[in-house]
Design a protein around this ligand. Structure first.
Ligand SMILES: C[S@@+](CC[C@H](N)C(=O)[O-])C[C@H]1O[C@@H](n2cnc3c(N)ncnc32)[C@H](O)[C@@H]1O
Length: 248
């Protein structure tokens, strides 16, 4: 696979996209700092001699055991933003992008679910006005980025025949890829209320489904920016399906 350097127009568009993401998600660092203070993470590290593993930090806290994967997410934000430094790689994952300390201390749910009674995607299916605004927001981001990127990653898309874009909302990425590579059969798998609002009359097929239940046959499964979903659970399911396919 050969990747070329993006042209200056593409680079400017990608830089602008990156800038937008930084503005949109800028609040996460302050939320993470507040959680670190509430959970006395610095004290836990200090009392362990200046470095601490995830489980050492968890035992120093009132953390419910089911929330250790979320603590990993929090620690990742703190290290990516240079608040803390990684000495060893932790080996765990989780679902929420930046859970708050109240949710970490309880055994029941993420902070979003604690406040709203549902996770963000289930709520989007129940609230009439939410689905359109949330799905079109994601979709616009994806379309502009993917129009640029698909042009640059020619080799990657030339070599595949079908692509299942899992949990991509209105499928901005698939729309761009399908236009640039009409030979690739692009499909989007998402929840019923999202597929109901999907564009019609394009070459992209929209399929109603749950990514944790099953993925229709495809040569490539395409996932991006799905940080709010439980990727660990999804990858476990994929391994299970793979074993099942190989066994048959
Ligand atoms: C973070 S957004 C979209 C991210 C998108 N991949 C992107 O890059 O812009 C998450 C999407 O996952 C969908 N989703 C949530 N749970 C799902 C599930 N169990 N199966 C399939 N799609 C799901 C939501 O409806 C939403 O469209």
């Amino acid at each position: 696979m050969a990747l070329t350097r993006p042209s200056s127009n593409t680079q400017a568009s990608l830089d602008a996209q990156l800038d937008l993401w930084h503005h949109t998600l800028g609040y996460i660092k302050s939320m993470a700092l507040k959680s670190a203070l509430d959970l006395r993470i610095a004290d836990a590290i200090h009392s362990n001699g200046g470095t601490a593993t995830l489980s050492q930090i968890a035992t120093n806290n009132t953390l419910h055991p089911s929330k250790i994967p979320y603590l990993w997410r929090l620690m990742r934000v703190l290290t990516v933003t240079d608040v803390l430094r990684v000495v060893e790689h932790p080996a765990d994952g989780g679902e929420s992008s930046c859970p708050r300390s109240t949710a970490l201390a309880s055994g029941s749910s993420t902070s979003f679910k604690m406040e709203n009674g549902h996770n963000a995607w289930d709520l989007a299916g129940l609230e009439r006005n939410l689905p359109r605004s949330s799905t079109t927001g994601w979709s616009r981001t994806a379309a502009s980025t993917w129009t640029s990127l698909s042009r640059e990653c020619d080799d990657v898309f030339q070599s595949i025949s079908s692509l299942m874009d899992v949990a991509d909302g209105l499928g901005g990425a698939s729309q761009a890829i399908s236009k640039a590579f009409p030979r690739v059969k692009c499909s989007v798998l998402d929840l019923p209320h999202v597929v109901a609002a999907a564009p019609t009359g394009t070459n992209v097929e929209y399929i109603v489904g749950g990514m944790f239940q099953s993925i229709p046959p495809t040569s490539v499964v395409f996932l991006k920016a799905d940080t709010t979903l439980d990727m660990k659970l999804f990858l476990h399911r994929c391994l299970f399906w793979l074993q099942w396919v190989l066994h048959d």
